[in-house]
Design a protein around this ligand. Structure first.
Ligand code: HEM
Length: 506
């Protein structure tokens, strides 16, 4: 019947069909516009008590990669918290006050599912983005890998890797002054995490193939940053078809090839009976061995997908954050030579020429530790984290937000808040003197509460080893013609690199 109708009136049928399609399209557009409008009205109502700088109704607070500079203005102008519009119907409340942090970190709100899911094709559902029961199981399973007794022997590995980097620096500075330090430090921290957590036995810093993994990580963090700020790239379908999406997936593949190789290498080593016996005799296992020997409640091994997610998560979290931390600490010491010299004298007293460094030495450098903390305050390696309210919240000053609202906890804003830290831009290690009083939630480079950083002690040991050994070998000088411009790419980086002049000490 349809065929005979088509044959009789083909033109009428096609135009009727097109009319129906256009009408449906129009209705869908109208529905989306109403949905957009209503959501925007809801956000405006919720954020009434959280003022901010003017924002465009469609483009929000268009910050052009000036997030941190803008945060400083907000912190100055709007006490405790403000609102931030990404575009017309996406806004967060940004908080930077210790009492506000205490409230949020004391609850168990999940991380914002939508934006953290942008990491999932790369690092999978590992500890960083898992939620609920599976998160508690994995956290419990992995906590022993970060026990003090496990960390102690890692100091030797850290020392060796730092020496390899410093040896390279000695050769580079003959030709390259100033030297861009971030890329070298990033390779060094990658080597440390691979050796400590994944029983890797080669040299990463001298291996050219590793660069591809390192470059993939840079690309992935850039892509995720721009996706979070692009209204059109929120949908997976559109993003996957875009050229940005395709580059993102190519970089994921490079990163996965690398981590897969590491897992297979360790599995192959464990086929050797002697190695297997060694591992079984150990009271505390390396991170990867914990995962390989782990059993879920029903006695099954961890699935390949879960195993890979944890390996990808720890490879990323375990090296990019510490690379940022060490680079900015060295930069802070270069720009504050009197504190640098005081640290050097302390380190020389404790370590002599640095040939033997042990776990116990690391607690005997109080002034250096104060300087490290002050640098982590000024340059927090993770500038912001997020939460999605699972129930309404009321802050101590009476302002409240409803269930479902998205919160950015700006650690950068908190650490630069003049109501919390007088003269916040001044490098003043005495803020961390043993007798200095401060709010428990005023300094949070490793976050706080139940989702705090599992690698905090590991990271602090690594920062101390790297800083101490560098100060024993070089005097650090900043280059006033190359002042780093801060940018945030999940971790804190510099748009124009971090350049230092290094002078070999006699
Ligand atoms: C200076 C170095 C480091 C800093 C500043 C840092 C900071 C942080 C912060 C702020 C969080 C909270 C993230 C959130 O709530 O979304 C976090 C979580 C985490 N960090 Fe670190 N981190 C550092 C080093 C490390 C290292 C060395 C490792 C591993 C060896 C690591 C592994 C993790 C993991 C797995 C989580 C997720 C924990 C969970 O949710 O249970 N981090 N880190």
């Amino acid at each position: 019947m349809l065929a005979s109708a088509l044959a009789a009136f083909p033109g009428t049928f096609i135009s009727g069909f097109l009319q129906v399609i256009s009408l449906l399209g129009l209705l869908l557009l109208l529905y989306k516009a109403v949905q957009y409008y209503l959501h925007r009205q809801w956000l405006l109502k919720c954020l009434q008590e959280f003022p901010s700088t003017p924002s465009h109704w469609l483009f929000g607070n268009h910050l052009k990669d000036q997030d941190l500079q803008q945060t400083l203005l907000w912190v100055e102008k709007f006490p405790s918290a403000c609102s931030r519009w990404f575009w017309g119907n996406k806004a967060h409340a940004v908080i930077y006050d210790p009492d506000y942090m205490k409230v949020i970190l004391g609850r168990s709100d999940p991380k914002p599912v939508h934006s953290y899911s942008f990491f999932a094709p790369w690092i999978g559902y590992g500890l960083l983005i898992l939620e609920g029961k599976k998160w508690s199981q994995h956290r419990k399973m992995l906590t022993p890998a970060f026990h003090y007794d496990s960390l102690k022997p890692y100091v030797g590995i850290m020392v060796d890797s730092v020496h390899v980097m410093l040896d390279k620096w000695e050769q580079f500075i003959v030709h390259d002054c100033p030297l861009e330090i971030y890329q070298h430090i990033s390779l060094m921290t990658l080597e440390i995490i691979m050796k400590c957590a994944f029983s890797y036995q080669g040299s990463v810093q001298l291996d050219e193939n590793v660069r591809s993994y390192s470059e993939a990580v840079q690309e992935l963090t850039e892509r995720i940053y721009s996706r979070m700020r692009n209204a059109f790239h929120q949908s997976n379908i559109i993003y996957n078809l875009s050229s940005n999406g395709r580059s993102f997936y190519r970089a994921c593949q490079v990163a996965h090839e690398y981590t897969d190789r590491m897992i297979s290498m360790r599995k192959a080593q464990l086929q050797n009976e002697e190695e297997l016996e060694n591992v079984q005799k150990k009271r505390l296992l390396d991170f990867l061995d914990i995962l390989l020997f782990a059993q879920t409640e029903d006695g099954k091994s961890l699935s390949d997908e879960d195993l890979r997610a944890e390996v990808d998560t720890f490879m990323f979290e375990g090296h990019d954050t510490t690379a940022s931390g060490i680079s900015w600490i060295l930069y802070a010491l270069a720009t504050n030579p009197e504190h640098q010299q005081r640290c050097r004298e302390e380190v020389q007293n404790v370590l002599g020429d640095g040939t033997s460094v042990t776990w116990n030495h690391l607690s005997q450098m109080p002034y250096t530790t104060m300087c490290i903390k002050e640098a982590l305050r000024l340059y927090p390696p993770v500038p912001a984290i997020g939460r999605e309210l699972s129930t309404p919240v009321t802050f101590p000053d009476g302002r409240s937000l409803p269930k479902g609202f998205l919160i950015t906890l700006s650690l950068y804003g908190l650490h630069h808040n003049p109501r919390v830290w007088p003269n916040p831009e001044v490098f003043d290690p005495s803020r961390f003197a043993p007798d200095a009083a401060r709010h428990k939630y005023a300094f949070l480079p490793f976050s706080g509460g139940r989702r705090n950083c599992i690698g905090k002690q590991f990271a602090m040991s690594e920062l101390k080893v790297a800083v101490a050994l560098t100060l024993l070998r070089f005097e650090l000088l900043s280059d006033p013609t190359r002042v780093p411009v801060l940018k945030t790419r999940t971790v804190l980086k510099s748009k124009n690199g971090i350049y230092l002049c290094l002078k070999k000490l006699k």
